[in-house]
Design a protein around this ligand. Structure first.
Ligand code: 13P
Ligand code: SF4
Length: 307
């Protein structure tokens, strides 16, 4: 494909011809996020906004579970992902059969599942959660079922971070994000010594010890809002580092202290891949309707809760 400016032009032209909308996750590199993303945000916001869009095709600039979520919420649209190998260590950590086994072992315990999972896993769950609403979801489903125990899948750290803030007993799975599990409190200490006054923001997929040492934690959308609202002089985002690149263009006066930690799965999405998606229909995402119906129920149960 031609040089970058021409590729952007070619994407925009094909996009009009194909009646497509491009969803860009907050972890996309700036040339995708800023130049071709029509809707930008965290994983759930992207799918919700896509459902409202008139476009008949969605190109998911993000990882596979996000494309599946878009397909579940927009069953009548064609959903394309530029690289089918754009996976996620959390989504890969558990299968539908493993959730079924847990449910038969703990029959009266509700299953709360993080959106970073396959459609098959969502379909086996009672309700989904995001990193922003996990505590509310866990407490709401426990109250609805009249129980004091909840199974929370599949992120061990997100589950422990919720467990630290509720009297409920949380049954944890051993999944983790290969990016966020790398951060440590020692790293935060070293950065605070070099940059006194730096504000440290952490995604809840980080270990509890990291959240304890941070100033704020939240989903990628919540971290972005915090930076927009507080405009600190210096900030460290303990999350995928493309997010700092994307925020720098909006906040050139803020110093983004960096630890460059990239998600290898997100990095598989490129301008060339998006061009191939639009030109050749690479690669259509399908979710079996019998799975989609049950996965949609779990997502909608979450959306029905007050924010
Ligand atoms: P958000 O839903 O917060 O955007 O997170 C998605 C993700 O993959 C975090 O690693
Ligand atoms: Fe999955 Fe972690 Fe990559 Fe997010 S950053 S897509 S949770 S591996």
């Amino acid at each position: 494909w031609p040089a970058m400016a021409c590729r952007v032009h070619a994407i925009r032209t094909l996009q009009r011809e194909q009646d497509a909308v491009i969803l860009a996750h907050n972890y996309m590199p700036p040339e995708i996020y800023a130049l071709v993303g029509d809707i930008r945000g965290d994983s759930l916001a992207l799918a919700r906004e896509a459902a409202k869009s008139e476009a008949s095709t969605i190109v998911q600039a993000g990882v596979h579970f996000m494309a599946e979520t878009s397909k579940i919420l927009c069953p009548d649209k064609r959903v394309l992902i530029p690289d089918t190998h754009a996976g996620c260590s959390l989504a890969a950590s558990i299968s539908g059969a493993q959730v079924r086994a847990l449910k038969s072992r703990y029959p009266n315990v509700p299953v709360v599942t993080y959106v970073n999972t396959s459609a098959e896993v969502k379909a086996e769950s009672d309700i989904c959660c995001t990193s922003s609403n996990a505590l509310n979801v866990v407490e709401a489903i426990a109250a609805e079922w009249g129980v004091d125990r909840v199974i929370m899948l599949p992120d061990e750290h997100l589950a422990r971070n919720v467990a630290a803030r509720t009297p409920l007993s949380i049954l944890v799975w051993q999944g983790s994000c290969e990016v966020h599990e790398q951060f440590t409190p020692a790293q935060i200490g070293a950065i605070r010594r070099r940059h006194p006054g730096v504000q440290v923001l952490a995604h809840p997929e980080c270990p509890t010890s990291v959240l304890d040492a941070a100033d704020f934690s939240g989903s990628t959308a919540a971290l972005e809002r915090w930076v927009d609202d507080h405009r600190p002089e210096q900030v460290l985002l303990l999350t995928e580092c493309s997010m700092s690149d994307n925020l720098i263009s909006r906040h050139p006066q803020i110093e983004f202290v960096r630890s460059c930690t990239l998600c290898p799965h997100m990095q598989r999405i490129t301008l060339d891949g998006i061009l191939d998606s639009l030109a050749f229909g690479h690669h259509e995402v399908h979710v079996d309707e019998s799975v989609a119906v049950r996965a949609r129920r779990a997502i909608e149960a979450m959306l029905a809760l007050p924010e």
